[in-house]
Design a binder for this molecule. Structure first.
Ligand code: ADP
Ligand code: F6P
Length: 319
C-alpha cells in the first residue's frame, strides 16, 4: 500500500484536526502518501481530493472544527454513490481510507470495505455515543465548554435566586449532561437513560430553597426534551423563577482540550498502523486507556453505556 485517503464526516468535533494531523504525519513517517478529501462523502463522490504533506497539517492541532470540512450526504447510503466514490478513489490511486466521524459515517466506511476498499473509522463526535470506546474525540472539549457555561450561569442564578434549565447536546445520549453536571456541581441531571419525575424535582428545589440555596441548576440532555418545555412543566409546580438556556453549537467549537488532542493523536496513528496491517471495516476505540479496534458490524449491534454512576454520585451530592 502506497497511498491512503482521509475524510471527516457527520457533525464536526473539536480534535478532528488533531486526528487528521496524526494520520497524516504518522502515515508519512511510515512511507505512505496521504490525500485529503474535503466535505466527507460528498467530496469523495465529487472528487474534491488533494495531496497533503506534513506541512498541510501544520498549525492545525489547536484548531476546532475540521479543516477538511464535513458534510451530511445521505446519498452515500445508495450503492450508486458508493460506486462513484470508489471510482474517485481509484482515479487518485488511493488504496485505503481513514474516516473520522460518528456511527453514520462508519456505515459509509463499512460499505467501502465491502466494495474492496479498506476503511478504518475514528470516533469523532462530541456525543460520546459510540460503543466499544470509553471516549470519543471532541467529547472532553464539549464537556469543558458546557462546564464553563454552567459556571457563568451559576453567577447570575445566585444573584437572582433563579432556577436554570441548561440544555446540553448529545443527540440521544446523556454523556455530556452527566459529565458536565458532576463537574458543574449542578442540583439535578436529567438524561434519557434515567427516569425522572418533574414533581420530585420541584420538591427537591423547594427543600433546597428552604435550606437557603440561591442557585438551582438543572442540566438537561437534549434527547429528553427542549429546555423551554422542561422549564414550563417545572413552573406548574411552583414559582421557581425558571429560566432556560440552550448551549447548542458552542459545544461543537473551540480549541480542543489537551485530552482530546492526545486521544486524537493516539487514535490517528493507530488507524494508520491498522491499515498497514491490511485491516478494514473496523473502528478504533480506547478502552481503559488502551487502544482497541472492533468490527463495525459488531459496533452497530453494540450498545453505548454512559457512566451512570455519575448520576447516582450527583444525586448523593445534591440532596
Ligand atoms: P455521524 O457520522 O456523526 O453519525 P451522520 O449520521 O449524519 O453523522 O452520517 C454522516 C454521513 O455518513 C452521512 O451524511 C452519509 O454521507 C454517511 N452515511 C450515513 N449512513 C450511511 C449508510 N447507511 N450508508 C452509507 N453511508 C452512510
Ligand atoms: O452529533 C453531534 C451533534 O452536535 C448532536 O449533539 C446534535 O444533536 C446534532 O449533532 C446537531 O446536528 P446539526 O449540527 O446538524 O444541527
Amino acid at each position: 500500500m502506497k497511498r491512503i485517503g482521509i475524510l471527516t464526516s457527520g457533525g464536526d468535533a473539536p480534535g478532528m484536526n488533531a486526528a487528521i494531523r496524526a494520520v497524516t504525519r504518522h502515515a508519512i513517517d511510515k512511507g505512505l502518501e496521504v490525500y485529503g478529501i474535503n466535505y466527507g462523502y460528498a467530496g469523495l463522490v465529487a472528487g474534491d481530493i488533494f495531496p497533503m504533506t506534513a506541512k498541510t497539517v501544520s498549525d492545525r492541532i489547536s484548531r476546532g472544527g475540521t479543516f477538511l470540512y464535513s458534510a451530511r450526504y445521505p446519498e452515500f447510503a445508495q450503492v450508486e454513490g458508493q460506486l462513484k466514490g470508489i471510482e474517485q478513489l481509484k482515479k487518485f490511486g488511493i488504496e485505503a481510507l481513514v474516516v473520522i466521524g460518528g456511527d453514520g459515517s462508519y456505515h459509509g466506511a463499512l460499505r467501502l470495505t465491502e466494495h474492496g476498499f479498506n476503511a478504518v473509522g475514528l470516533p469523532g463526535t462530541i456525543d460520546n455515543d459510540i460503543p466499544y470506546t470509553d471516549f470519543t474525540i471532541g467529547f472532553d472539549t464539549a464537556v469543558t465548554t458546557a462546564v464553563e457555561a454552567i459556571d457563568k450561569i451559576r453567577d447570575t442564578a445566585s444573584s437572582h435566586a433563579r432556577t436554570f434549565v441548561v440544555e446540553v447536546m448529545g443527540r440521544g445520549a446523556g454523556d455530556i449532561a452527566l459529565w458536565a453536571g458532576v463537574a458543574g456541581g449542578v442540583e439535578q441531571i436529567v438524561v434519557p437513560e434515567h427516569d425522572f419525575d418533574i414533581e420530585s424535582i420541584a420538591s427537591k428545589i423547594k427543600i433546597a430553597r428552604e435550606k437557603g440555596k440561591k442557585h438551582i441548576i438543572i442540566v438537561l440532555a437534549e434527547g429528553v426534551m427542549h429546555a423551554d418545555e422542561f422549564a414550563e412543566k417545572l413552573s406548574e409546580y411552583g414559582d421557581f423563577s425558571v429560566r432556560s438556556t440552550v448551549l447548542g453549537h458552542i459545544q461543537r467549537g473551540g480549541a480542543p482540550t489537551a485530552r482530546d488532542r492526545v486521544l486524537a493523536s493516539k487514535m490517528g496513528a493507530y488507524a494508520v498502523d491498522l491499515l498497514l496491517e491490511g485491516k478494514g471495516g473496523i473502528a478504533v476505540g480506547m478502552l481503559e486507556n488502551k487502544l482497541t479496534y472492533h468490527n463495525m458490524l459488531d459496533l452497530f449491534d453494540g450498545k453505548h453505556n454512559p457512566d451512570m454512576s455519575l448520576f447516582e454520585l450527583n444525586e448523593s451530592m445534591s440532596r
